[in-house]
Design a binder for this molecule. Structure first.
Ligand SMILES: CC(C)(COP(=O)(O)OP(=O)(O)OC[C@H]1O[C@@H](n2cnc3c(N)ncnc32)[C@H](O)[C@@H]1OP(=O)(O)O)[C@@H](O)C(=O)NCCC(=O)NCCS
Length: 219
């Protein structure tokens, strides 16, 4: 896929983009794709210093730091840029969308493959951190500000710190699913019953019908 297609893809995905020329001139998410292609080519040719030099210069220009070793699929849409980091062993599938402030990084505990792998059509919301050699399945959506530390199944939506799956496809899932919504405990009536029982015991005690050494309650 050529640079023209990259630019057209960004134009199609960003409702604020008016035309392809605007994308080519103004969009850091496009500029970084150009420089990463060159840096990644040099990295594969083992020109590591030159590759790194290009990626660092690109970082100054775009605010997006992509290690030259990162593998990026077709049609990546990086919206806004700034504060984005992709580590050396990151892999990104086709047609993904990544917002500003996203880190696809390591936890500091792994060696070798230590950065995430994203499937196709993955969306990572603004400020989200995906850490470690985790696998993020196709069509996953990670909520803005989330921190993902474990694998996510295809079609999942994960949110929070640490991120939990709240939806897979059209099915919502959360810990509250275990709760029987039709038979919620009535805490007020439970408490009244307890107080009534205690009152009866007090009355019985006053009338001498209750063992004097036994506590009245609550029991
Ligand atoms: C997660 C997201 C992609 C929506 O995915 P979705 O599959 O449509 O999920 P829903 O909107 O149905 O939300 C599912 C649940 O997660 C919650 N949720 C959504 N985004 C969340 C977030 N970032 N943090 C915490 N909870 C979030 C919702 O409130 C909802 O909770 P509920 O079931 O208790 O009502 C979207 O909310 C998001 O964060 N997009 C990122 C957009 C972004 O970064 N924009 C920057 C533009 S500059």
């Amino acid at each position: 896929m050529g640079l023209w297609e990259d630019a057209k893809n960004i134009r199609d995905k960003d409702p604020a983009a008016r035309n392809v020329l605007e994308v080519i001139i103004l969009y850091p998410g496009f500029h970084v794709l150009v420089t990463h292609r060159i840096a990644h080519f040099l990295y594969r040719k083992k020109c590591f210093f030159l590759a790194r030099l290009i990626s660092q210069l690109s970082r100054h220009l775009t605010g997006i730091e992509i290690h030259p070793g990162a593998k990026i699929g077709h049609k990546l849409f990086i919206d806004h840029g700034m504060g984005i980091v992709f580590g050396e062993t990151t892999e990104i599938g086709d047609n993904c969308t990544i917002y500003h402030g996203v880190t696809l990084g390591g936890t500091g505990k792994d060696t070798g493959k230590r950065h995430p792998t994203l499937g196709d059509n993955v969306l990572i919301g603004a400020g989200a951190k995906v850490l470690g050699p985790v696998y993020i399945g196709d069509n996953v959506r990670v909520g803005a500000g989330s921190v993902v530390l474990k694998n996510l199944p295809a079609n999942a939506t994960a949110v929070g710190v640490p991120a939990e799956v709240v939806r897979v496809g059209n099915i919502k899932c959360c810990p509250a699913d275990d709760l029987d919504q039709q038979a919620l405990p009535d805490i007020v009536s439970q408490r009244i019953s307890e107080l009534e029982a205690r009152l009866s015991r007090m009355e019985a005690k006053m009338q001498g019908e209750y063992p004097p050494d036994k506590p009245i309650g609550p029991q």
